[in-house]
Design a protein around this ligand. Sequence first.
Ligand SMILES: *[C@@H]1O[C@H](CO)[C@@H](O)[C@H](O)[C@H]1NC(C)=O
Length: 331
Amino acid sequence: MACFDYKTRAMYIGFVVLVSMLVCSFAHLQRFEHPAKADGTLSFLVVGDWGRNGNFNQSEVALQMGRIGEKLDIDFVVSTGDNFYDDGLKGVNDPAFEESFTKVYTAKSLQKQWYSVLGNHDYRGDVEAQLSPVLRKIDSRWLCLRSFIVNAEIVEIFFVDTTPLVDKYMTDKEHSYDWRGLSSRKNYISNTLKDLEMALSESTAKWKFVVGHHAIRSAGYHGDTPELIRHLLPILKANNVDFYTNGHDHCLGHIASHDSPIQFLTSGAGSKAWRGYVNPNYGNALKFFHDGQGFMSVELSPTNAQIVLYDVFGKILHKLSMSKELLHSAI
Ligand SMILES: *[C@@H]1O[C@H](CO)[C@@H](O)[C@H](O)[C@H]1NC(C)=O
């Protein structure tokens, strides 16, 4: 070191700082602590594929989310992505942010933290805008990041940015995608999966939820995502994940696994729906399917999970109750 001249030393220090910045930003998923209720329970809503200025029943779904949110005294809201149609946000000043979010989800019970992932439609706009803290200044409920963790004591929720894993967007000639910030797809995917695997294996939470935009399993029009079955599912299976929830298919769905406890829940019915398709090949693994608008609620205690799917009128369509002990001793 002593023989380094000033310039070499400055470059060396710059290099070390750069490397540690890279290591810090890639080696660990950002974590947010969200306290559970005083009695140790927690409840939240899950909605996906919604931002259409209130159209296509988005406002009706929002109204019912407000009502159910009040009833369950929810702690936060999870968005499974495709937050703004058709092409994400144009920038941090895009009025769509307020027209499709702030002015739609106006109920008192929805004035909580929202945790959001990006969907493929969000990648068609200015991705950095949705991730920007500037939006949090406009509406403090907003938090959208690529991949991150919410630790809510009895549950850890792992949010995964699934769009870069899906091959077809790389060759889609009809739309352009904003891949800024992802230096190399291969590294991005392998780092994201490695970080997720590490975080899941270290988690001591009673319940483990994983959230992504694309389905691992879905009976809707888009259906299963082969890339996620190949790369993501084995990690979830190896780490006792209880639930995987997604949007992308504009419907509500529940598919059970035959070789692990994982339940696959689609909640992508926040606005435009009625695609008119259900995959007939799931047999009795398909526990429920609704080809229309709606949303999902999750209520957790240390021993029980209750998931409920609601339609556009807030009517209960499907209920799933899980006991932690039973769930794992059954395998
Ligand atoms: C809104 O919901 C109602 C009730 O399900 C349905 O009849 C109507 O077609 C929906 N509108 C749209 C645009 O999906």
